[in-house]
Write a protein that binds this ligand. Structure first.
Ligand code: PHB
Length: 172
């Protein structure tokens, strides 16, 4: 299940032009500026992280994502499932240039099952360059380039079928 979700995450299409399918309730989820962990907490008792993979990868393995980050020889990769009451609602991949990990943001490498947003949104230096909206099979995703004290990292998220995003689309 997690492997399948990660394959879909890696295969997200990023269309250049905005799609007519991007309705207001959908954009309300995809353009969420606050932490998705906090947003999910409004829809369940408990949000938890299943850690799938954390390790350094080379630029080649980082693939297209590396083009959105400064060129470095290694990137810290973190792949997780974010669960609402134990059910996977989202898969996420974070790519952090090695030089950030070696600086004051070392904590990024030691998150384990602590949701990334708990760290990022607790810092006063967080900014966002852009959010791209994409899709993979029937699922919606987004990628954001965030900056911690000016230093960039890339966060890509894919919303899985049980996520409340899809329920809110049906409700409208
Ligand atoms: C993470 O912990 O890596 C994480 C958590 C929530 C997200 C994305 C990533 O929405």
């Amino acid at each position: 299940m997690a492997d399948n979700a990660l394959s879909l995450l890696r295969a997200i299409n990023w269309p250049r032009n905005s799609s007519p399918l991007l309705t207001a309730p959908l954009l309300d989820w995809l353009m969420e500026a606050d932490s998705m962990t906090r947003r999910f907490e409004r829809h369940c008792q408990r949000v938890t992280v299943n850690l799938l993979r954390e390790r350094f990868i080379g630029a080649e393995e980082a693939g297209e994502d590396a083009a959105l980050l400064p060129e470095e020889s290694q990137y810290w990769l973190r792949e997780i499932e974010l669960c609402g009451d134990g059910v996977p609602w989202l898969v996420a991949r974070t790519l952090v240039p090695e030089s950030i990990i070696n600086g004051p943001e070392q904590k990024l490498q030691q998150l384990g099952t602590v949701p990334l947003g708990r760290y990022l949104f607790a810092t006063s230096t967080l900014t966002r360059d852009f959010i791209d909206v994409g899709y993979s099979a029937e699922l919606w995703g987004r990628r954001s380039r965030l900056r911690l004290a000016g230093k960039p990292l890339l966060l890509t998220e894919l919303f899985l079928p049980p996520s409340p995003l899809y329920a809110s689309l049906k409700a409208k």
